[in-house]
Design a protein around this ligand. Structure first.
Ligand SMILES: NCC(=O)CCC(=O)O
Ligand SMILES: [Mg+2]
Length: 353
């Protein structure tokens, strides 16, 4: 059977001859199905399109050389040594993915209470930024700013008596942003949810002659169960004590998301992000409609894992579910998506020409 665009050609609606008698014919003037009768007709009225320009590809880094390690809870995703990350950057260039996001798996021996490795100008992230930029200066690189990959307790900030300290943490985040920007990173993406960090980072960058470095603020980041596999990937799943509800947002709220976004824009964010993605599409839509800012969504590890696991079990058509999930972000008003599906989706988009 000939298959095109995933459905049997035999199912195409055959045009009916005028005047032909149809039993039980309804007297309908409006028949919305007319605009869906063939692929060319659907293409004509399609409201949203996904392109490779919409994709940001998150990569996980590990120490070593020529090393790739599977992340068990994220089938198809690997931790990469810096040389392998450079190879993936080349793949991203060929696939016309505009931007990579880098996340380190930090050796346990380098993690401490203060997350000191975050401000080491030669840490894994900074090494990867330099190596990728040296070979592929034309690909964008986004670096996360938060302490969780570097702290022994797995929290995004400094802790005292069980409290995550805001202002003290912000001072460290500014130093983290500066080492990454000095290594050549193009976009600083604070994901820590401390108050006032965007303004402090903007000021730090500007005072260091780095005023061209953009800020994509994880402005509305929710305390979510969907981050589980990411914590597995960066090695903080086992060490994380408690949860992040005193700094990340309550999943019950959307007005609060608007206030958070408004603050980050006022503090100098060039782009804003909502995270997680699919369970929070209502927030993406409200943010886009309210602020008309470049608005991004993060299709997080748990969202990826759900689709990948169901597909691996044969319960979902993985490719179709991937493309449908990514298009949903465009429909909700997002300008782009951080997604672990980025390379697969880009391959699919390019094969469709
Ligand atoms: N700051 C980056 C993340 O927390 C990512 C979460 C995920 O992919 O689950
Ligand atoms: Mg905030």
């Amino acid at each position: 059977m000939a298959i095109k665009y995933g459905r049997p050609i035999e199912l195409r609606e055959v045009s009916r001859r005028e005047g032909a008698a149809v039993p039980h014919a309804l007297d309908l003037t409006v028949r919305p199905r007319r605009n869906r009768k063939a692929e060319w007709a659907r293409r004509m009225v399609r409201e949203n399109v996904l392109t490779t320009d919409d994709l940001i590809w998150p990569l996980f880094l590990i120490d070593g050389h020529d090393k790739r390690e599977h992340v068990a809870s994220m089938p198809g995703v690997e931790r990469l040594s810096v040389d392998q990350a450079v190879r993936e950057a080349e793949r991203a260039m060929k696939l016309t993915i505009p931007c990579l996001a880098l996340f380190p798996y930090t050796e346990p021996s380098l993690r401490d209470e203060e997350g000191s490795e975050a401000t080491n100008p030669n840490n894994l992230v900074c090494q990867a930024v330099r190596a990728i930029k040296k070979e592929f200066p034309d690909i964008g690189i986004l670096c996360d700013v938060a302490l969780d990959p570097f702290t022994s307790h797995g929290h995004d900030g400094l802790i005292s008596d069980g409290r995550i300290l805001n202002d003290e943490t912000v001072a460290v985040l500014v130093r983290q942003a500066l080492v990454q920007a000095e290594a050549g990173c193009d976009i600083i993406a604070p994901s820590d949810m401390m108050d006032g960090r965007v303004a402090a980072i903007r000021e730090g960058l500007d005072h260091s002659g780095l005023s061209d470095v953009q800020i994509m603020a994880y402005a509305a980041k929710y305390a979510s169960a969907f981050y589980g596999p990411f914590r597995d990937a960066i090695g903080s799943a086992k060490t994380l004590t408690g949860d992040k509800r005193t700094y990340q947002m309550d999943s019950a709220n959307t007005d609060e998301a608007l206030r958070e976004v408004e603050l980050d824009i006022a503090e100098g964010a060039d782009m804003v992000m909502v995270k997680p993605g699919m369970p929070y599409l209502d927030v993406v839509r409200r943010v886009k409609d309210t602020f008309a800012m470049p608005t991004f969504a993060y299709q997080v590890s748990g969202e990826y894992a759900m689709i990948a696991a169901a597909a691996n079990n044969g319960w979902l058509d993985g490719e179709r579910a991937m493309m449908e999930s990514l298009l949903a972000f465009k429909r909700a008003g997002a300008d782009g998506v951080l997604s672990y599906f980025a390379p697969k989706a880009a391959e699919k988009l390019r094969s469709q020409g």
